[in-house]
Design a protein around this ligand. Structure first.
Ligand code: NAD
Length: 368
């Protein structure tokens, strides 16, 4: 059997710096765990614009469609701020998401013990937290028609429409149930069925998909406003949360802050299963290209490294090796290795991007 294929798009700013550490880790898994990938690397964002005049070429788009998973660093930077909207670096990323039809956005909120004091919540509420928010990404109120600002009588009216088809709800619910099978086996679906018809349909369809195909998963339903409250009151009660585009936008940002630093947050966007059964998938850190620290070796590579761990688990069915990598990160943090963004007070020496990567590889070695 051939190796699974991975397209790496480091992008701009700190993207290439953090991705260089991921490349070392991918090599480690090839050498030491016999888990080899066919890796190709290409351009996205401003660096693609510099060479080709577009933030994503058709050739790279086609590659992205044909590989088993895409791993992206970050795009953008002040150099490109004046560009026409149609060729801005972010358009490259949007094109990838749209053409791959990545309808399920996965944002884990995982709080490593050693960083629990970074959270705005009490240590005991967040230490050891490990939840996953699945947000529907391609429909709902950000896309529904009619939309716009119209004039009615002597005043203007702003209009957006929350709209979900049964099939849109069905497919994102399936993504959530599949994920739960690789985790703790629990899904909580959030909507506002008490005041929104789209919420009533959402609840009905999620329940139907569950009863038909995922009876092994424990399903609960919660109104999204209560969900927000519960996320800050007792976030550890959840395993997987599935919700629509609007509520997911808000709830995933709340959950992200439970864990402290932007340099720690991975994400994945998944689409429909391909012929080989794997979902179309794009893995990327939540953070941007951080132009303020780019080129200085200060960036924290952990968000990008944990994005690769998500790829191991959700694209390549290697939850065992994903856990190994996550535990290595945990170990390094527990040992007190910190990039500058993880240092609460002045004093002490910050590890560079490469030193953090090397420490994680040493911890991986130690796990054998
Ligand atoms: P940002 O996430 O790049 O940076 C915000 C702050 O967090 C900065 O102070 C930065 O130094 C810090 N930071 C971010 N990642 C870090 C890391 N790994 N280690 C240490 N510190 C880190 O957001 P921004 O400054 O609003 O945007 C900068 C550029 O990135 C813009 O061009 C923006 O459009 C783009 N952007 C891209 C993406 C993406 O590629 N997905 C996402 C957000 C922003």
């Amino acid at each position: 059997m051939s190796n699974p294929s991975l397209l790496i798009l480091p992008g701009d700013g700190i993207g290439p710096e953090v991705m260089a550490e991921v490349r070392k880790i991918i090599e480690w898994f090839g050498d030491r765990r016999d888990l080899k990938f066919d890796v190709t690397e290409d351009l996205v964002g401003g660096c693609s614009y510099d060479v080709h005049g577009v933030p994503l070429t058709d050739e790279v788009m086609n590659k992205a469609q044909s590989v088993d998973a895409v791993l992206l660093g970050a795009v953008g930077g002040p150099k490109y701020d004046g560009l026409d909207f149609s060729v801005k670096p972010e358009r490259g990323l949007l094109r990838l998401r749209k053409e791959m039809d990545l309808f399920a956005n996965l944002r884990p909120a995982q709080c490593f013990d050693a960083l629990a004091d970074f959270s705005s919540l009490k240590r005991e509420v967040v230490a050891g937290l490990d939840i996953m928010i699945v947000r529907e990404l391609t429909s709902g109120i950000y896309f529904g028609e009619p939309r716009g600002i119209i004039t009615e009588g002597n005043e203007r009216v702003g209009i957006n429409t929350q709209r979900y088809t049964e099939s849109e709800i069905d497919r994102v619910a399936r993504s959530a149930f599949e994920l739960a099978r690789k985790r703790d086996g629990r899904v909580c679906s959030m909507e506002k069925a008490n005041v929104m018809e789209s919420g009533i349909l959402w609840r009905e369809v999620v329940q139907r998909v569950h009863d038909a195909d995922y009876p092994d998963i424990e399903l609960s339903h919660m109104y999204a406003d209560n969900g927000g409250m519960q996320l800050v009151r007792n976030p550890k009660q959840f395993d997987v949360i599935v919700t629509d585009n609007l509520f997911g936008d808000l709830l995933s940002d709340v959950a992200a802050m439970l864990t402290g630093s932007l340099g720690m947050l991975p994400s994945a966007s998944l689409g429909a299963p391909m012929e080989n059964g794997r979902p179309k998938a794009l893995y990327e850190p939540v953070h941007g290209s951080a132009p303020d620290i780019a080129g200085q070796g200060k960036a924290n590579p952990i968000a990008c490294i944990l994005s690769f761990a998500m790829a191991l688990r959700y694209s390549f069915d290697r939850g065992d090796e994903a856990t190994r990598l996550e535990k290595a990160v945990e170990q390094v943090l527990a040992d007190g290795v910190r990039t500058a963004d993880l240092m609460q007070t002045e004093g002490g020496r910050a590890a560079s991007t490469a030193e953090m990567g090397d420490a994680i590889i040493a911890a991986l070695e130690g796990s054998l």
